[in-house]
Design a protein around this ligand. Structure first.
Ligand SMILES: Cc1cc2nc3c(=O)[nH]c(=O)nc-3n(C[C@H](O)[C@H](O)[C@H](O)COP(=O)(O)OP(=O)(O)OC[C@H]3O[C@@H](n4cnc5c(N)ncnc54)[C@H](O)[C@@H]3O)c2cc1C
Length: 469
């Protein structure tokens, strides 16, 4: 029987990052995934392919709507969807092959098949050919991720009514695409297909899109997406979807009880993700689950089963690749007797649409709801030289600080490059720095990052490029 210090069940960002950290610490490590390649949801059918399509479709949008402003004229703009998908697949292939290489170089044993924990430190691996192997380890880490959540009243046939898995690989641009859910996945994939020519309608149950961000950002985001061509029905729930001869009829009801009807070639159900650990742990081990259906863990990622840990999308917290990666590292460092830890107050959250939105830490809305005093500094991209030069003057940066101590409590950014700009605010949050620290840090000129510096200065009404309040 093969024996290891550690076995990871699941080779997504949480599992592969944890496995590499374990190998760095000298632990004899194995990683199991039922996919042919490592990378999990994120690399294969999530973060990476969606970003590849977002950038390709953004080029299309630029060619159609912005190029002329720069003095560029195209005789003809044609989209070769097949080539766009090929490039996306090549990016995925490069990254997933890179992971296999990293596993080899770190001397991590790579096992393919479905794993099941059958006892403390005992895993049965069922390979593709049906053969089974029993494996043993001092510690087992469950990192089996998540799958698209479904709605009880909607049958997903994966042809007309689809999840993000299929919406990343349509073989032609749907004329009418209906997206259910205005979270990150729905908005990103809705943007991709809208830019490529689909008539996209987004239905959202909540009164606003991207509801984890402050209303001033989500309003600006909705405006930006509407300008790109997306249509929104908020405060609206889908009550039924019927498919007939390859086309869907969708019924919905608005909060005012008004009945609405839509027809679409594709319906994308993007209502979140469900933690997935079906059959990953034998029933008789009594794995404890939270009331939200996630694997219950303590602060050291220990589950109720001795020697079994859990990280990533299957445990509490935002379902984000970087959150899982950092949990992988912290979990292993704790097992190895080190002081690994994740700062859940400083996890960036990004939507990669146009405009992009990014945030970390406290929001203004949460501060108000919880009676937390804050001081806010806001700076518009329209007053930033680089943003104007880039033709990206829509958007703003917003900084929240403690009125007494000036400690940075949160940051939100909407506009070009928000996904990259947020990293600076996260660093200041992580180091417990103040708005003044950020405002007094020298930033290269001209850069978009100066908008963040000026927003931080704005906390004390000391921004240079906008008039005083
Ligand atoms: C369209 C889309 C876009 C996204 N974009 C972003 C983004 O921009 N940024 C971001 O941070 N997050 C994004 N996410 C979310 C991100 O993909 C997840 O948060 C992340 O992949 C979770 O990592 P994980 O390691 O916990 O699980 P996963 O990546 O889901 O990996 C789990 C792995 O475990 C394997 N597995 C499951 N059960 C077993 C078993 N019994 N035996 C063997 N193997 C098993 C699965 O095959 C899978 O490969 C996106 C998701 C989607 C769908």
């Amino acid at each position: 029987m093969a024996s290891f210090d550690l076995i990871f069940l699941g080779g997504g960002p949480a599992g592969y990052t944890g496995a590499i950290r374990a190998a760095q610490l000298g632990l004899n490590t194995a990683i199991i995934d039922k996919r042919e390649v490592l990378g999990g949801t994120c690399l294969n059918i999530g973060c990476i392919p969606s970003k590849a399509l977002l950038v390709s479709s953004d080029h299309v949008h630029f060619a159609h709507h912005q190029a002329a402003r720069h003095g560029l004229k195209f005789e003809q703009i044609a989209v070769d969807l097949n080539q766009m998908m090929k490039r996306k697949e090549e990016v995925v292939r490069q990254l997933t092959q890179g992971l296999e290489f990293l596993m080899k170089k770190n001397k991590i044993t790579r096992l393919s098949g479905v794993g099941q924990v059958v006892g403390p430190g005992k895993v049965i691996l069922t390979k593709k050919d049906g053969s089974q192997e029993e494996l043993q380890a001092k510690h087992v880490v469950l990192a089996t991720g998540s799958v698209p959540a479904e709605l009880p009243e909607i049958v997903i046939d994966r042809e007309v009514v689809v999840t993000s898995d299929e919406a990343l690989s349509f073989d032609k641009v749907p004329a009418d695409l209906l997206v259910i859910g205005a979270g990150a996945i729905g908005l990103e994939l809705g943007s991709v297909w809208s830019r490529l020519g689909s008539n996209v309608t987004v239905i959202e149950f909540l009164p606003r899109i991207a509801a984890t961000f402050d209303p001033d950002l989500t309003q600006a985001l909705q405006k930006g997406l509407e300008a790109e061509g997306l249509n929104f029905h908020l405060d609206t729930s889908v009550t039924g979807v019927r498919v007939d001869q390859g086309r869907a009829s969708v019924e919905a009801v608005s909060k005012g009880r008004q009945k609405l009807a839509f027809a679409a070639d594709k319906v994308l159900v993007a209502v979140g993700r469900r933690p997935f650990f079906d059959n990953a742990v034998a029933k008789d081990l009594g794995l404890k689950v939270t009331d939200r259906g996630r694997v219950a863990t303590d602060s050291l990622y220990r589950t109720s089963v001795p020697g079994l840990y859990a990280i990533g999308d299957i445990i509490d917290g935002p379902m984000l690749a970087h959150k899982g990666e950092d949990e992988g590292v912290a979990c292993i460092e704790r097992i190895a007797g080190k002081a690994g830890h994740v700062n859940y107050e400083a996890i960036p959250n990004v939507i990669y649409t146009n405009p992009e939105v990014a945030g970390a830490g406290l929001t203004e809305e949460l501060a108000k709801q919880n009676g937390i005093p804050i001081r806010v500094g806001k700076f518009p991209f329209a007053a930033n030289g680089r943003a104007l030069a880039n033709d990206q003057s829509q958007g703003f940066a917003k900084i929240l600080a403690d009125p007494k101590t000036d400690k940075l409590l949160g940051a939100q950014i909407i506009g070009f490059g928000a996904s990259e700009l947020i990293a600076e605010a996260v660093t200041v949050l992580e180091f417990g720095g103040s708005a003044e620290d950020l405002g007094r840090t020298v930033h290269a000129h001209p850069t978009m990052s100066e908008a963040l510096k000026e927003a931080a200065l704005g906390v004390h009404n000391q921004a240079f490029s906008i008039p005083p309040r």
